[in-house]
Design a protein around this ligand. Structure first.
Ligand SMILES: C[S@@+](CC[C@H](N)C(=O)[O-])C[C@H]1O[C@@H](n2cnc3c(N)ncnc32)[C@H](O)[C@@H]1O
Length: 256
């Protein structure tokens, strides 16, 4: 029987392609800056980064004034890269650890000011995502924000399997593909594709999971796409995606 390759293996194998100090992946342009923007003023904030990868976003958060980062990722190679880069940059308040975000429990005892999960939930089932959201809710201080991004749930059904970003939904539909894994690829601007996957969910599942996890305020939701600025910067790269909803950003606040 051909077992699907594990997420850890995917990321252990391609950690070098993710390692970066400036925008290179499509989503470095179309999504990650919006995560920083959504967090607002993070001066002095202690931030939890679930599925932190090789630390690109957390380094941006430190550069924007966050006081410390605690990053968890399932891939030992991504974490090795995160640690190496933090050491080289003398980022003493960046702590990275290998762990499955669904069950990891060895967090610092002091609660966090904010939390992020940038393209983590597309690797988890609805049940797993709900477990991570519950943990995040318990780890956040009152008024803390949780910002996360996911691939837009409609994208796999709107775009053909062509660069620079796609997921393969096979014969599954938006409604019957729930918790099914769609393999995909996202491109870097230098022409290199990297493998990604999306455990499919409908829009409603994110709202239901947040409520089950104990977040009792409405999230703000942004559907992210290519902008005119992207098209002006590199029309060849971005034009095939113009007009498509690429990612969704959720921001929810702890109010109790
Ligand atoms: C698309 S990458 C994003 C990495 C980083 N957040 C960023 O924005 O650069 C997804 C990351 O989620 C991690 N991941 C997937 N499933 C995970 C799990 N169950 N627990 C922790 N990390 C996981 C992968 O190892 C990978 O580093």
């Amino acid at each position: 029987m051909n077992l699907p390759i594990s997420t850890e293996s995917i990321y252990n194998k391609q950690a070098n392609s993710w390692s970066r100090s400036e925008k290179i992946l499509l989503s470095d342009f179309t999504a990650r800056p919006k995560v920083i923007e959504a967090l607002g003023d993070i001066s002095g904030a202690r931030i939890l980064d679930m599925g932190c990868g090789e630390g690109y976003v957390s380094r941006m958060l430190l550069a924007q004034g966050a006081s410390s980062i605690f990053g968890v990722d399932a891939s030992s190679e991504m974490i090795a890269q995160a640690k190496e880069t933090a050491l080289a940059g003398n980022l003493k308040t960046a702590e990275y650890t290998v762990g499955n975000a669904v069950i990891y429990s060895n967090f610092p005892t002091e609660k966090f000011d904010h939390a992020i999960a940038v393209f983590l939930f597309n690797y988890l089932t609805i049940e797993e995502m709900t477990a991570v959201m519950s943990r995040v809710k318990n780890l956040l201080k009152k008024d803390g924000a949780f910002v996360f991004t996911v691939p837009h749930p409609c994208l796999p059904f709107m775009r053909e399997e062509t660069p620079p970003f796609y997921f393969q939904h096979g014969d599954m539909t938006y409604l019957d593909g729930i918790d099914q894994t769609f393999e995909g690829k996202i491109w870097r601007r230098d022409g290199k594709p990297v493998s990604v996957r999306c455990v499919h969910k409908n829009f409603s599942h994110y709202f239901e999971a947040l409520a089950l996890a104990g977040f009792n305020s409405l999230p703000t939701v942004k559907e992210l796409s290519v902008t005119q600025e992207h098209l002006d910067l590199d029309p060849d790269f971005f034009t095939p995606l113009a007009g498509y909803p690429l990612h969704v950003l959720f921001k929810v606040q702890v109010n109790d």
